[in-house]
Design a protein around this ligand. Structure first.
Ligand code: FES
Ligand SMILES: [Fe+2]
Length: 445
């Protein structure tokens, strides 16, 4: 049953949100419908499928999909459902293929989704036209610098409107590279028994590091005893000198800072950054004139942004992190570390080692975070007397920058408020968007 606007007004306040938002299966269903099955969601990066025939299985909200580069070089998003009787036509997580052949009765689809053939077609008679039975295409697909977004609604705001200020953060993430110069080799996946929004909020939480990641700080402290540089970095991590929380609008929020943070455990001294291609040289010059040589080099090794692209893409350092809701209290997360094709192998290796140190399965940070989500979900069970979670930290000292973004101190919860503001907007706005009629596979409740 759909919840009315008033219900969400009751549950989401500017300084607090209600436990039910993380625990109510009905609300979860509505989130999927409104946020994931109508709005723009991130699906994948073109660098995951560099060659014709490369594919990866994806999900758009709850809808299984295939991201595949077709013969003409175009990246296609196709729903992973045979037009005959519904079997998934692509079973492998990733790979390279010339066609998708359904394992059930053998209908075979080309890389662009068109139906190439069916066994014994004569039984269908003259009214059967193969061109009517290609794999269903996702109604709207747009990309920005190789970041591919989809909307299952045939109409609505453009991707550019959706991204707004967040576009600049994608530029920084890609190191001002062109899309085909970002490579995505593999993925690291984990799941946890808690609500999807806990990961989204945590990744943009500037308050928790000093306690939850205490062991990481301890190691930095240890290193600081041996190295002047590490001391400097630790100061940046703890202090707020260079860091603010920023609400970019549209649910996109960030921790706005720069420092060489995660790689301090591995590489000291860090390798020199030099571009290996002509266009790489141009990018590097651009960065250097904008940020100065040291910061440009550090940021290329470390990654340049710490941003949530609402609702499901998190860009931290060199990784794209994708949050996949599965049920109200179960979530899958995939981390995709990237390399930049125009950087030297040594510099790319340093990026990866730094990423692993904090975010890897045996890293200093990622496991702490995943553990706390489960503790929160369990704690939310005690909701009879005080069901509220507080997100009002720093509300009294946030301010608006000339570009319209809202800024607060590093440990303030301006980021959480920005996420919830957009959440409430999407969940309560009157939808003028027509339901899709372009394919039977898309049904919006
Ligand atoms: S379900 Fe795919 S061929 Fe029958
Ligand atoms: Fe964390």
């Amino acid at each position: 049953m759909a919840h009315s606007r008033t219900v969400y007004d009751e549950l989401v306040k500017s300084d607090r949100v209600h436990s039910r938002l993380y625990t109510d299966p009905g609300i979860f269903g509505e989130e999927i419908d409104r946020i994931f099955h109508r709005g723009w969601v991130f699906v994948g990066h073109a660098g995951e499928v560099p060659n014709a025939g490369d594919f990866r299985r994806k999900r758009i909200g709850m809808q299984p999909a295939i991201m595949v580069r077709d013969q003409s070089g175009q990246v296609q998003l196709l729903l992973n459902r045979c037009r005959h009787r519904g079997a998934m036509v692509c079973d492998e997580e990733r790979g390279n293929t010339r066609a998708f052949r359904c394992a059930y009765h053998g209908w075979t689809y080309k890389l662009d989704g068109s139906l190439a053939g069916v066994p014994y077609p004569e039984a269908y008679g003259d009214s059967f036209h193969r061109e009517d039975y290609g794999l269903t295409k996702v109604p709207r697909v747009e990309s920005y610098r190789g970041f591919i977004f989809a909307s299952l609604s045939p109409a609505g705001i453009s991707l550019a409107e959706h991204l707004g200020h967040a576009r600049e953060q994608i530029d920084l993430f890609a190191g001002l590279s062109d899309s085909d110069e970002v490579s995505v080799a593999g993925a690291q996946k984990y799941d946890y028994r808690a609500n999807w929004k806990l990961q989204v909020e945590n990744a943009m939480d500037g308050y928790h590091a000093i306690t939850l990641h205490e062991s990481f700080l301890g190691v930095l402290e240890e290193r600081a005893r041996h190295s002047e540089a590490a001391d400097d970095f630790k100061g940046q991590f703890q202090g707020s000198r260079f860091a603010v929380t920023r609400d970019l609008g549209g649910g996109h929020v960030m921790l706005d800072y720069w420092n060489r943070l995660y790689d301090t455990l591995n590489a000291d001294p860090i390798p020199e950054v030099f571009p290996t291609t002509e266009s790489g040289r141009a990018h590097f010059e651009q960065l250097t004139s904008r940020f100065g040589n040291t910061r440009a080099a550090h940021n290329l090794l470390q990654g340049m942004t710490h941003t949530l692209i609402f609702p499901n893409l998190i860009l931290i350092g060199i990784q794209m992190r994708v949050v996949q809701p599965v049920s109200v209290d179960y979530t899958e997360v995939a981390l995709y570390p990237t390399t930049l094709n125009w950087l030297s192998d040594e510099a790319n290796a340093s990026r990866l080692r730094g990423h692993e140190a904090f975010f890897g399965p045996a890293g200093f940070g990622g496991p702490d975070d995943a553990d706390i989500f489960v503790r929160v979900q369990e704690g939310l069970g005690a909701d009879l007397i005080d069901p509220w979670l507080l997100i009002g930290r720093g509300l009294n000292r946030e301010r608006r920058d000339p570009d319209g973004t809202i800024v607060a101190e590093r440990t303030d919860e301006a980021t959480q408020r920005g996420i919830w503001r957009q959440w409430k907007k999407v969940m309560t706005e009157r939808s003028t968007i027509p339901r899709s009629r372009t394919g039977s596979a898309i049904t919006l409740r």
